[in-house]
Ligand binder design. Structure first.
Ligand code: GDP
Ligand code: MN
Length: 380
């Protein structure tokens, strides 16, 4: 799975004739002056580019004049926001807002269709709308093989409160969102807010796009958009979102460990016995079952020869961790060699449970490491 920055997503929108405000990436004071001239306005929106949303609430979006821009942009550059650092700031033409809407197209694999979610109460968290005004969210399934012609979304547009001119503009945007999803194998296209301006234009003021990672190579243009990335790999970003410290390395054995110290020790011991770590991964103390599950998911999408889980159970019981590991490996279809080292509350029950299910489990670290090294080298 791959996410995009707003400015990248907006470029895709523009290429697919979804109206967006004019934008320019900030690059010094000259870029601010040039942009002001280009849009012929004294002020503009300055928007931190982060992969996570909620920037407005976090003070990372502000309307500024040419004179104020530099000071504000410097103040937000380098800030952390939900796991990513602000490196780039987007300058955007401000719009006059009559109403904010929410509009999302999501791939629903189970149904073999797209799910459209729309609400006339946009701008805010959609979860909040779902809680307080569930009758203000409209849902529509749309078959993946169906032609997304605009008229097919008229009913939905009317529910949203659009009429005549704005109805046509809305249905155009939605049909283009679905067309774009099909063309580029996108799993999510979200516009929040979609804005109705004072002069009745419909404009995507924010843009979020997620692409199916497996489909990546088929779309060099999308890959290129993202190659301008710095910072994290996609997996590292995904891990950070889940509260897991993860650094991708290029060795053979994927590691899951509790605590930074234990993770380091595991890496060292692997090297000592002639193998190499494919990553550094710390789920934190206490072996939270959900995090172990997520960690296994992350590792399962890395190209590795084996997995070593090193759990020092504190609060979480060893048998629960064991159950979690068993269900996660089944769910994820993990078939590469795996060794688990488990110690802490109920560790004996945990080890017994793992062994009954055909896993290699140990209480001691050394024999466990030796085992995974042997297994990944083709031994048993
Ligand atoms: P987010 O907070 O990360 O989702 O960023 P958004 O791009 O959605 O911006 C947050 C909010 O800024 C929007 O919901 C608008 O209510 C508000 N806003 C006010 N004026 C403007 C404007 O001229 N352009 C944009 N894009 N947003 C504006
Ligand atoms: Mn938004």
């Amino acid at each position: 799975m791959s996410m995009f920055y707003e400015y990248e997503a907006k470029k895709l929108f523009k290429d697919n004739s979804i109206p967006t405000p004019r934008i320019k990436l900030y690059d010094g004071l000259d870029s601010v002056k040039e942009f002001a001239k280009e849009i012929d306005k004294d002020s503009m929106m300055a928007k931190a580019q982060t992969l996570a949303g909620g920037r407005g609430k976090a003070g990372l979006i502000k309307k500024v004049t040419v004179d104020e821009a530099e000071k504000y942009i410097k103040s937000i550059t380098g800030k952390e926001h939900k796991g990513s650092t602000v490196n780039k700031v987007l300058l955007e033409e401000p719009v006059t807002i009559k109403q904010e809407y929410y509009l999302t197209v999501m791939m629903d694999n189970a149904q073999g269709s797209y799910m459209v979610l729309a609400s006339p109460m946009g701008g805010v968290d959609i979860e909040e709308v779902a809680d307080k005004h569930p009758n203000k969210i409209f849902k529509k399934y749309f078959g993946v093989n169906e032609e997304p012609l605009p008229y097919k979304f008229m009913q939905l547009g009317k529910q949203m409160g659009f009429e005549r001119k704005t109805l046509l503009r809305f249905t155009h945007v939605l049909s283009q969102m679905i067309k774009m999803s099909k063309d580029k194998d996108l799993t999510l296209v979200e516009i929040n807010p979609l804005i109705l301006t004072e002069d009745d234009k419909i404009i995507a003021a924010d843009a979020k796009v997620v692409v199916d990672g497996n489909a990546y190579y088929r779309h060099p243009d999308i890959a290129k958009l993202q190659s301008q990335r710095d910072q994290y790999t996609d997996l590292e970003y995904e891990a950070k979102q889940a509260g897991i410290s993860y650094v991708q390395l290029d060795g053979e054995v994927g590691i899951i460990a509790c605590g930074a110290g234990l993770s380091m020790a595991t890496c060292d011991l692997l090297e000592f016995y002639g193998s190499s770590p494919a990553n550094f991964l710390d789920v934190g103390g206490g072996a939270d079952e959900k995090k172990v599950d997520k960690a296994l998911e992350i590792l399962s999408s890395q190209d590795i020869k084996g997995i070593f889980v090193n759990v020092f159970g504190g609060i979480t019981r060893g048998d629960q961790v064991a159950e979690g590991i068993i269900s996660a490996t089944k769910r994820l279809d993990i078939e590469i060699p795996m060794v688990i080292r488990l110690i802490g509350t109920n560790d004996q029950q945990g080890i017994a449970l793992l062994e009954e299910n055909g896993y290699n489990a140990y209480g001691e670290m050394e024999p466990a490491i030796k085992k995974i090294v042997t297994l990944t080298k083709g031994g048993n």
